[in-house]
Design a protein around this ligand. Sequence first.
Ligand SMILES: [Cu+2]
Length: 200
Amino acid sequence: MTKSSKISLFLATSALFLLSANSPAFAHNELVETTPAGGETVQAGLIPITLSFSEEPLDLGFGEGNLIAIADAKTGEQFGAACAEIEGTQLTTTVDIATPGEYKILYKTASDDGHIATGDFLITVVNDTNYQTSIPGNSCVDENGTIINASDQEPLSVKASSVGALEGLFIGIGFIVLGTVVSAILITRKQKREDYKRYE
Ligand SMILES: [Cu+2]
């Protein structure tokens, strides 16, 4: 191998290494472990959620950037706001759940390389103690005691629409047809009016 081709090979290898998403310099936050684990069944009550990451999340302030939310696994309805406390490489929150069923834990985390990681996993809640709660879901209160309301946030879970994709398409076409007919009627009327004016 000539000296110049050796240099070329070295440069190409370096470029590949730098471009690789797995290179340590550009590693972003990966979810390592969760408590409860995905698929786990837990008792109703105040359920602590802990997500362990490969590195410390980037602290952007409570209720910003690093979030955990809980939603009905079937309907997608989110219960409470999305928030998490940062403790080292962990994100934690506590969710209050009484109704048995399957729930989706959703998360979002910001890492110092600027990347945002999102994901979700399912847990099952059973209620053998007749546990009751008036405000189900994640409760988010910042260090000043200010409550973060779900209505002030972009939800992590989007409630499933009751209108299917195909129904939505037909409704859309219906509106286009209706709009065209109405426009045609209005244009015809205007033209007639103008015709009358001409003969007056
Ligand atoms: Cu990254």
